[in-house]
Design a protein around this ligand. Structure first.
Ligand code: F0G
Length: 457
């Protein structure tokens, strides 16, 4: 049998500067040991995010050239609407400038003070938009998700018992919807099974509560359903995607992931009245109904991107590359969240750096080590990100302290994956010598990880 290879070839390249260790040590100190403060030329392999950082296809670039910039009724919007209707199966589409903007529009209508929104580990901006409205996000993810060694094939699943507990303990009027994030970024890019989606839908129907999706990585989720759920092995990705969304009243989507574009978001809805109400918020926050904060060309590129990301050949190449990196790290004995997720490899910093106390931000310490070692920029998904408890102002220690290595789509080669793996192995080999971490010099009261300034402990 022949090996699996990418179903595309490369038409354009972008140079990246190979820095020295001395340069990086100086730069990261100047950056206050915060990787967000680094300008991009100081980064060799950028794994900060898989959001908006991927390569587009020639057909997407063609859409950029033929984009229709009409304020109302743009042809590029009609292309996007057609894909939302025919491929994703929802009748109404409102473009937005990003995923969080779609959240803002939908939640402006549905989320009120005192409400609770259950789901599987809501993404930070999602939680932010819920908490900003003085409502609560309740995490109902299955417990297996928090044990990195548990090989559960769908660690993004919602625990239906936890969900029912939420449904029983709050009046129906205070639960605007249940939100299923596919894949679940926070738990490691872990998928949600169709069986679980159906179970959540059935339970939610019983209590009269609508289901919505956070669809940032919906295509990657569909790929895992096809690979891991027997009943779906002969279905196409497009069939799986359509069935998945058929169980919801709509979705918010950051199109910067599986939309395969550099900017964009989408709110898709089933109900006409809700669409009209959301449309009003869309107009004041984002722009007119048929562009929503995007250029016409962006809408065209997104329509094409959604067609391409729902192809099995593309997804297999994409997810194989992430898995390849994960398996290399496992081979080297490096502790990672298993199974490997769709868009990123998550390294368990607490067991990687056993001598660095949690109070000294072990995952951030590892992120800085990796940058100094090889110019690789990952991101901390740990105590810095978790912010302080709003009441006690003490650090909140999340269940896991992770370093996320997010892989941009169609951007880096397998050689880059080997490079990343060896860089981490070099640090792993000298892990016992790393005995101290970092302390905070300055931080903002919320979302501190973006701007925090640190020094060596
Ligand atoms: N939902 C999920 C699951 C996400 O991962 C993100 C963004 C958003 C919503 C918000 O979308 O950025 O377009 O406004 N995640 C990026 C990341 C930033 O790095 O994981 P946005």
């Amino acid at each position: 049998e022949l090996p699996w290879v990418e179903p595309y070839k490369i038409k354009m390249t972008e140079d990246i500067y190979i820095s020295t260790r001395e340069e990086r040590e100086k730069w990261i100190e100047e950056a206050g040991f915060n990787l967000f403060n680094l300008t991009s030329e100081k980064v060799f392999v950028d794994l900060l995010t898989d959001s908006g950082t991927g390569a587009m296809s020639d057909k997407q670039w063609a859409e950029i050239m033929i984009g229709d910039e009409s304020y109302a009724g743009s042809q590029s919007f009609l292309k996007l609407k057609k894909v939302v209707n025919e491929v994703l199966g929802l009748p109404y589409a409102l473009p937005t400038h990003q995923g969080r903007a779609a959240e803002n529009v939908l939640f402006s209508v549905l989320v009120k003070e005192g409400f609770v929104v259950p789901g599987n580990s809501h993404f930070d901006t999602t939680k932010g938009h819920i908490e900003f409205r003085k409502a609560h996000a309740v995490d109902c993810t299955i417990d297996e998700a928090f044990d990195i060694h548990d090989l559960h094939p769908f660690k993004g699943n919602i625990d239906v018992n936890k969900l029912e507990e939420v449904y029983k303990s709050h009046p129906k009027e205070n639960i605007p919807f249940c939100l299923i994030t596919v894949t679940c970024n926070t738990s490691g890019g872990q998928p949600v099974s169709m069986e679980n989606i159906k179970a959540v839908k059935a339970l939610s129907d019983k209590y009269g509560i609508p289901v919505y999706f956070d669809a940032a990585r919906f295509a990657e989720n569909a790929y895992f359903i096809k690979e891991r759920e027997d009943a779906y092995k002969d279905k196409s990705i497009k069939e799986i995607v359509k069935e998945m969304f058929s169980y919801g009243e709509g979705f918010t989507m950051s199109a910067k992931k599986d939309g395969l574009v550099n900017i964009g978001g989408l709110l898709a809805l089933r109900d006409e009245n809700l669409y009209r109400t959301c449309g009003n918020f869309g107009i004041i926050y984002e722009g007119y109904l048929t562009y929503g904060g995007l250029a016409g060309r962006d809408l065209g590129a997104l329509a094409q991107g959604l067609m391409e990301s729902t192809e099995h050949t593309y997804l297999k190449a994409r997810i194989n590359q992430v898995e390849y990196l994960g398996n290399k790290l496992i081979e080297f004995g490096i502790p990672v969240q298993k199974p490997i997720g769709g868009h990123a490899v998550f390294v368990d910093a607490l067991s990687f750096l056993p001598n660095v106390p949690r109070e000294e931000y072990a995952a951030q310490t590892l992120a800085i080590e990796l940058y100094k070692e090889a110019g690789i920029r990952g991101v901390e998904i740990g105590t810095l990100l978790a912010d302080r408890d709003p009441e006690t102002r003490l650090d909140r220690f999340p269940k896991l302290e992770l370093l996320r290595l997010a892989i941009p789509r169609k951007t880096y080669s397998y050689n880059h994956m080997d490079y990343i793996a060896v860089a981490l192995k070099n640090i792993y080999d000298r892990r016992n010598e790393i005995k101290s971490g970092l302390e905070i010099v300055w931080e903002s009261p919320i979302l501190r990880h973006f701007t925090v300034e640190l020094k060596k402990s």
